[in-house]
Design a protein around this ligand. Structure first.
Ligand code: NIG
Ligand code: FE
Length: 410
């Protein structure tokens, strides 16, 4: 079955051949085609070009896009979308003066979400997660990574990963799963090192046996897990075929970037704090730095220094960090606006970071992230807009007219 999108005012992120990612000054180049057409066949992009060359013998559905633009769907490479309940009480505590750290120290934070999740049935957890996934699909997300990490016991971590697998099986969006057992130290363990041993010896083999995760993550941060824990867990994960994608430098730079790069991490995420050494380690590596401006906005912490990374020649991806504690929003449109407004990224850089570079940060660069023949027809059709700069400019507005996944309207 073919579908023709015609009269597209501007077709954005057109790449003749698949590229892994863009970095440095290339990030400021966003290839587009004005007055374009696009053909979808069997869920994949089969052709695109200028309206002058539109095929006129095409049998199938026609979508007239007069005045509208088409982009590849957003690629959200860092989320914790599977969680139980919310933490708006802590949000109010923060408004009243407590810090994220103080809230965590008095039993709130990740441990609060973990106890809620442990008491929630798998079915209820799945239903809560479906609602969030459906919401963000409508907001233009067409590929997503989801982490465990609110279970903190073998049983509850596996429950989370099973829910992630069920989302993958039941929704048309590509889903990657990350095992984040080392998200915080649960009360069942006295110290981080015995907990890491438990994850390695008791939990990892079970996850691997059931094929429940693609990636392994750890919160490498003062008060959570140090670089010795990080090194040990990543090495063990790799033995089970899990590639590292880690939380580093959110509040403190403690050497996690170096450990990530040396263990061939696919991405290092957060980086609100960044040292010269971190930049040096990232250069020449295949590790994608990932910024999460929704978290900086929500917690009022510094934004990842995008200019420093990009001006050093590095790539950068943008993701939501959708989670109940530090970024309770999965809206990639907001993330793109925040990246331009608060991190001084250009619209071209932000769109590249949220599409092709995001796809790379979850190993999906051959499937999504650009308008390229053979890639999935996961597309955003905008409302009539004056230019693509209008997307980050009009923060908070919903400019999406239609969303297509595998060429099918959602
Ligand atoms: O990526 N930093 C660690 N984990 C999450 C927040 C977790 C929470 O507060 O529930 C993050 O920001
Ligand atoms: Fe996170």
């Amino acid at each position: 079955m073919k579908k023709l999108f015609k009269n597209i005012k501007e077709l954005i992120q057109t790449r003749e051949t698949s590229i892994p990612y863009v970095s440095g000054s290339e990030m400021n180049i966003l290839p587009t085609l004005k007055n374009a057409f696009l053909v979808v066949e069997d869920g994949l992009i089969s052709d695109f070009g200028s309206m002058e060359n539109v095929p006129n013998d095409l049998a199938g559905e026609v979508v007239d896009c007069e005045g509208k633009m088409i982009l590849p769907s957003w690629c959200d490479s860092h989320t914790h979308l599977v969680y139980a309940g919310n933490r708006e009480g802590e949000f109010v505590d923060r408004i009243n003066g407590l810090s994220y750290e103080e809230i965590a120290n008095k039993g709130g934070g990740i441990l609060n979400s973990a106890s809620k999740l442990q008491q929630t049935s798998e079915e209820d957890l799945y239903n809560q997660s479906c609602k969030r996934l459906e919401e963000i699909i409508k907001l233009g997300t067409g590929a997503i990574e989801i982490k465990s990490g609110y279970g903190l016991s073998k049983e509850a971590e596996i429950k989370m990963l099973r829910v992630i697998k069920k989302l993958r099986d039941n929704y048309p969006v590509p889903v990657k799963a990350t095992f984040l057992g080392a998200h915080a130290l649960p009360k069942t363990h006295k110290n981080a090192s015995t907990y890491i041993d438990y994850l390695i010896n008791d939990v990892l083999p079970e996850i691997s046996k059931n094929g429940l995760a693609d990636y392994i993550d750890i919160f490498c941060e003062k008060g959570y897990f140090d670089i010795v824990d990080t090194e040990k867990l990543l090495k063990a994960g790799k033995q089970y075929g899990l590639i590292p994608k880690i939380h580093v430098n959110q509040f403190n730079a403690i050497g996690g970037v170096e450990v990530g790069v040396n263990n061939n991490a696919l991405s290092v995420d957060h980086l609100e704090v960044l040292t010269e050494e971190d930049v040096m380690w990232l250069k020449g590596s295949g590790t994608m730095p990932v910024a999460l401006p929704g978290c900086s906005f929500f917690l009022s912490i510094p934004y990842t220094p995008a200019r420093k990374l990009i001006d050093s020649g590095l790539p950068l991806a943008l993701a939501t960090d959708f989670n109940p504690g530090s970024a309770p929003s999965g809206n990639m449109n907001f993330v793109i606006s925040a990246a331009c407004i608060k991190m001084n990224m250009t619209p071209e850089e932000a769109i590249n970071a949220a599409t092709i570079n995001g796809a790379y940060a979850m190993g999906l660069e051959n499937d999504v992230g650009s308008i390229t023949k053979g890639k999935k027809a996961n597309l955003i059709v905008t409302k009539p807009i004056s230019s693509y700069d209008y997307i980050p400019y009009s923060f908070g507005s919903n400019l999406i007219d239609k969303v297509f996944l595998n060429g099918i309207e959602q």
